[in-house]
Design a protein around this ligand. Sequence first.
Ligand code: ADP
Length: 485
Amino acid sequence: MQLTNNSLLQTQSFINGQWCDANNGDTFKVYNPADGNLLAEVADAGQEEVTHAINAADTAWSGWRELAAKERATILRRWFELILTAREDLATIMTTEQGKPLTEARNEVLYGASFIEWFAEEAKRLYGDIIPAHGRDKRLLVVKQPIGVAAAITPWNFPLAMITRKVAPALAAGCPVVIKPSELTPLSALALAKLAQQAGFPDGVFNVITSTKADVVGKTICEDSRVRKLSFTGSTAVGKLLAQQCSANVKKVSLELGGNAPFIVFDDADLDAAVTGAVISKFRNAGQTCVCTNRILVQDSVFEAFSEKFRIAVDALVVGNGFDEHTDIGPLIEERALQKVEKLIADALSNGAALLTGGYRSQSLSHGFQPTILTGVNNSMAIAQEEIFGPVATLMPFTTESEAIAIANDTSSGLAAYFYARDISRIWRVAEALEYGMVGINEGIISTEVAPFGGIKESGIGREGSKYGIDDYIELKYLCMGLSG
Ligand code: ADP
């Protein structure tokens, strides 16, 4: 890997301001999904090292929370600027270990950094309240205090932004952090830690544990009552398990879990805009995002026209190595992901769906999968109920608006939804009826640090980013002052 700053390539956990091997010397291998090449051997930490990190964070807490918000903001701002300076190296590390096209990686660095800038600013605006009292001899106040040591368990699909989206508000609020990145993409997390070290976070405030023993690390975090908050992004199954484990000590949890985004095209939509939105929301990151379109619902009267335009756009997408500037779609993260996609396609075909295009692995790219469209899909098929997490679009027709809403809401997920329409009354009706935490209206990309990201139903608990995102890392304390004494 060619980097300008080679010190960004770290292979040890970062605990209490030190780079640490696993106590028993264990390591694990990190591979490039685009060619299977070995990239690094990284410290494989276990329970002892996690506890060491929690000890360090707990010790660092009082000093960190006592800083003036502006002092914490200054360190966060420095970290933000160091990330921007290292943008190209961070994007290179990301594309190498995760596979996404370099342009997407560069954008993720900006997106990830934006949360640090935002929460460095928000740190200074954590206002409390003075409440009109219920008696003449009292004064009532509410102050906001940091919740305490915060743990973050993050996935591989956004190796950088999923970390900053959690730890920036935590650090801004005055909480030290213990981060467990995905074992598939630890190098981006460690590069972030290197820059955090340079930014000057006090020892113990910023810790990264690299490990393949996710269950051990997760259990240790959940069972340690000094960790007051767990924020997790990943699969719904693991999220449920972690929430259960956290219930023993009533640890606060934020969960950002799977989605099953509908993308509805109404007959009054601008079809060309809808095609553009559908392509970007479906195929970004090779379809491996939790807000990726999972089901495309198209009104009968425009079904043929939309399908044809969409097929032409999808056939133009280029599968390749993320470093090739022509690449639109990089490799899937691992063999297991390809097998899942193949299984869902086979199941849909055996239940009456048909291939409009694609449906097979790339001949030229390891872990590459050809962008695929299935038509004749219905909501009872596995592919319409499970998160596909690959470059496969499903098309289903509908007749009425209420039918579209019923199909869209017929899922246990509730993260992102999208629809294209122009009638203003319809836009309000549909926006209000969709049971989702986020709705893109004539927009296929909706993520930004200034808006609340999160889901309802089984898609999660809590919101990330925006003025609301810091709430998950604070506790309200009510002060009742009697004046009679
Ligand atoms: P994905 O299918 O997207 O990889 P996972 O939920 O398996 O989603 O992974 C998301 C994160 O959760 C990763 O950091 C992974 O190591 C971690 N993880 C997986 N299993 C567990 C577990 N039992 N306890 C705690 N963390 C886990």
